[in-house]
Ligand binder design. Structure first.
Ligand code: WQD
Length: 345
């Protein structure tokens, strides 16, 4: 069973490729390497013993995309490729709409033309209206509050319209909460370019001395210790959810939506304390103003995925932080120290 993974050298895409290969799928990765490294291909081979096919290409190149589907007999697509920095999307909305929405439009057209009608789409909890009351279930009203989240919401709506016009499609929309952690081998992990936007990579870079201290955005939220609470989920649990969602597409048509979270929230201070315990280092921090757009609590109701996919998160916060720390310690500069050779197979 040959599947295409767009964005497969990225953080979540690479972890999902490992789970797919371990489940017996043959993987073709299409990635423009704009926010990831070809080194990930070598690491996937080192972990699984199998080297995925790799195409250095972009979803905005329609000719290249058609070629992929003509060369490879692709059964299904797991679609991760996209820009994903909330703050950046506010400053460059057109870049986000072009890359995330037009890219998915091109991909869906190429799929339709070759009769490939199974897709797992990487969506996000940012599609939920912040006025909703957590825990969010899949029926919680949508209302993304930033261009990044709106691109995810638009693609979800595009998928519903696509299925309405052509009921041959089987589509799974997976709404991630806060993916963190790394493969237990310490060989792959999150490798943000530039200053990390997200909490965990920022903390780990403080831990390895690349950054002086953590800014904690607000300690006056309506939570037990005043700092923001989020539903952190181990990236390997998230990856396993994708494999189960893919397998489910072979049994049904239509568009299904699932939250991938744990249903358990942790505050920023609890994360800091966990990292201090695991690393044995103190993490210098200071409280600053709230970050615009942040909410008090974001939490998943993950019951639908448990009921319909037989999926639930298994790894706890200590494991998430231990695996993240192992990756960061082994790769203090991420993949950048690895060679930059790209070989398109
Ligand atoms: C977590 C908590 C911050 C950084 C984002 C995207 C979302 C999804 C997951 C793609 C919050 C606090 C953070 C820092 C801090 N990505 N924080 N200092 O904002 O919940 O979700 O990543 O789908 O779309 O919005 O994650 O890690 O940025 O923040 O105090 O330097 O940590 O205020 O409470 P977030 P985050």
């Amino acid at each position: 069973m040959l599947v295409l993974v767009t964005g497969g050298t990225g953080y979540i895409g690479s972890h999902t490729c490992i789970e797919l290969i371990n489940e017996g799928f043959e993987v073709v990765i299409l990635d423009n390497l704009s926010n990831s490294s070809f080194e990930v291909i070598h690491r996937i081979k080192e972990i699984t013993g199998k080297k995925p096919h790799f195409i250095h290409g972009d979803l905005l190149d329609e000719k290249e995309l058609q070629k992929v589907f003509n060369v490879y007999d692709i059964e299904a697509v797991l679609h991760f490729a996209g820009l994903k920095a909330v703050g950046e999307s506010v400053h460059f909305p057109l870049r986000y709409y072009h890359n995330n929405v037009t890219g998915t439009l091109n991909l869906s057209k190429a799929m339709q033309e070759t009769g490939t009608k199974k897709m797992v789409f990487s969506s996000s909890a940012t599609v939920y209206s912040l006025h909703g009351t957590p825990p969010f279930n899949e029926e919680t009203p949508l209302g993304a509050m930033n261009p990044y989240g709106r691109t995810k919401q638009m693609v979800e709506e595009m998928m519903h319209d696509l299925y309405h016009a052509d009921p041959e499609w089987s589509i799974s929309l997976l709404r991630y909460f806060n993916p963190i952690g790394a493969h237990p081998s310490g060989l792959i992990g999150e490798d943000p370019q530039g200053l990390p936007n997200n909490l965990i990579p920022y903390i780990t870079q403080v831990c390895v001395g690349k950054l002086p201290y953590l800014n904690i955005y607000g300690n006056d939220y309506d939570t037990h210790d005043g700092t923001g609470v989020r539903d952190y989920i181990h990236v390997c649990d998230l990856a396993r959810g994708h494999v189960l969602a893919l397998k489910d597409l072979y049994n049904k048509r239509g568009v299904s939506t699932y939250n991938l979270g744990t249903g358990r929230g942790y505050s920023v201070m609890e994360i800091v304390e966990t990292f201090e315990r695991i690393t044995g280092n103190r993490i210098p921090y200071r409280f600053t103003e709230r970050r615009p757009g942040d909410i008090h609590v974001c939490l998943a109701d993950p019951n639908k995925a448990a009921l319909e996919l037989g999926w639930q998160a298994e790894k706890d916060l200590t494991e998430m932080c231990k695996d993240t720390w192992k990756w960061q310690k082994n790769n203090p500069d991420g993949y950048s120290t690895a060679k930059k050779v790209v070989v398109t197979s």
